[in-house]
Design a protein around this ligand. Structure first.
Ligand code: ZN
Length: 75
């Protein structure tokens, strides 16, 4: 598998996210701020599934402490 996960977003860690996944309603693990001003929250499943898109679309990314988001890990 050859993927480049070079996100330009600022990634920070939060102790806990209280938002729910915008896709499925599960507990949010990753919250992103879009360059255009919107915000989206993803559960662990969807955060990893959309890691590529998040990495390119997000300006800010908040990852819940303890969650190993695929998009934040250097390859
Ligand atoms: Zn989800």
């Amino acid at each position: 598998m050859t993927q480049s996960m070079a996100t330009r977003a600022t990634v920070t860690v939060a102790a806990e996210l209280t938002d729910r996944c915008d896709r499925c309603g599960a507990a949010g693990k990753v919250k992103i701020g879009l360059a255009g001003g919107g915000e989206l929250t993803f559960c662990g499943h969807h955060a990893n599934r959309f890691a590529d898109g998040i990495g390119t679309a997000a300006e800010r990314v908040v990852v819940e402490s303890g969650f190993g988001w695929k998009g934040a890990q250097p390859i």
